[in-house]
Write a protein that binds this ligand. Structure first.
Ligand code: FES
Length: 174
């Protein structure tokens, strides 16, 4: 339970907000929950809501809106392609579909090696640079704009190689 395992951290987060606006702490509390559980399950969302007096549905709507929160498990890397209308008009949907086809997965699925999940997201505020995606991974996130299938697959290949190198380093160190 967050309340028991992160008492001090939660108090520090809540202390940043006026006593009558503790609900505003929902965002950092969600990040804390995601860090702890990996995924924001219904139980995790309810737990966050209970800390600040919000309904589960209110917290869940935030999780659904922000692409940095994850309510389902994914791979080590999440490639989130903007397929909102302006980008779709520049071929983003076809790009996303072809990327899934190349990786032999459906939209929202993860490659069998557990490395890459492909997801669709709404506007990333770079509409003139489509096709584009944000890449989320252990080291934060980055935008990749003006993409082609070739450039995206090259990036995915480099992430996979990096994953193998990281794994080899861990094995050598242990
Ligand atoms: S619609 Fe895709 S970045 Fe704005």
């Amino acid at each position: 339970m967050l309340a028991e395992n992160y008492t001090q951290e939660i108090e520090a987060i809540l202390a940043k907000y006026p006593s009558d606006q503790k609900r505003s702490a929902v965002m950092p509390l969600l990040f804390l929950a995601q860090r702890e559980y990996g995924t924001l399950t219904n139980e995790a969302i309810t737990e966050v809501g209970e800390l600040i007096g919000l309904q589960t549905t209110e917290v869940a709507s935030l999780v659904g809106f922000y692409s940095l929160y994850h309510d389902r498990p994914g791979g080590k890397y999440r490639i989130q392609v903007c397929t909102d209308l302006p980008c779709a008009l520049k071929g983003a949907q076809a790009f996303a579909d072809e990327l899934c086809e190349k990786l032999d997965i459906e939209m929202g699925e993860t490659t069998p090696d557990g490395q890459v999940t492909i997801e669709q997201v709404m506007c990333l505020a770079a509409c003139d640079r489509a096709p584009l995606f944000q890449l989320q991974g252990p080291n934060g996130f980055r935008y990749h704009e003006d993409q082609s299938i070739g450039s995206a697959m090259a990036l995915i290949e480099s992430l996979r190689v990096r994953g193998q190198v990281d794994r080899a380093h861990r094995l050598t160190a242990s």
